[in-house]
Design a protein around this ligand. Structure first.
Ligand SMILES: [Zn+2]
Length: 194
């Protein structure tokens, strides 16, 4: 019997509202992140998991509000969904330097599923803040957030071949489903919760 229904997953689409995230022409990271996140939610719900989102529309919750939302929900797992920029191709998943080994297994499971499903360049699991800067690390800092927390970066907004993939609703759906399946695969590795 599945354990999935005992788990709470908080899904955080990056940016929103006045913060578009990375921009390429008429395309905004915030919109891609929200669409992918809705597919994560729907797939996890179909498995019976308990889900909540930091936003379901084009608004900007503060980073503190996202962390508080996850903590008050009592989330076991937190996933913040972003698209990359700055030159490159493919997908990487971030966790915090101070993350637990369970957190690392979650990150690996989601990253592996994304790559096997989408067949794009594997940039691996990366560790923040030692390998990057940026304020969005706040939401995956275990001193702030109680859940196991990861931040996948889905393709590069400023790489034209990556942007073409992000513009595809089928690709975004598959990405969302891959994140959900990676989370569920991780849950299956855990000892029974109740
Ligand atoms: Zn972002």
């Amino acid at each position: 019997m599945s354990q999935v229904e005992y788990y709470k997953i908080y899904i955080d689409p990056g940016h929103g509202g006045s913060d578009p995230g990375a921009v390429n022409g008429q395309y905004f990271e915030k919109d891609f992140a929200l669409d992918i996140a809705k597919h994560v939610r729907d797939k996890l719900s179909s498995y019976g998991a308990q889900t909540r989102m930091s936003r379901e529309t084009d608004i900007y919750p503060t980073l503190q509000a996202r962390v508080d939302g996850s903590n008050s929900f009592g989330a076991d797992i937190f996933v913040s969904i972003h698209c990359n920029a700055g030159g490159g191709t493919g997908i990487e998943t971030w966790e915090h330097d101070d993350s637990s080994s369970f957190n690392n297994q979650l990150a690996q499971s989601v990253q592996n599923r994304l790559i096997s499903e989408l067949k794009v360049s594997n940039r691996g699991v990366r560790s923040a803040p030692s390998q990057r800067g940026g304020k969005n690390i706040f939401v995956i800092d275990p001193s702030e957030i109680n859940a196991w927390a990861i931040l996948p970066e889905i393709m590069f907004m400023d790489t034209s071949s990556d942007l073409e993939k992000l513009k595809s609703s089928t690709f975004r759906r598959d990405a969302g489903h891959a994140i959900a399946d990676g989370i569920v695969n991780f849950i299956y590795t855990l000892p029974p919760k109740v």
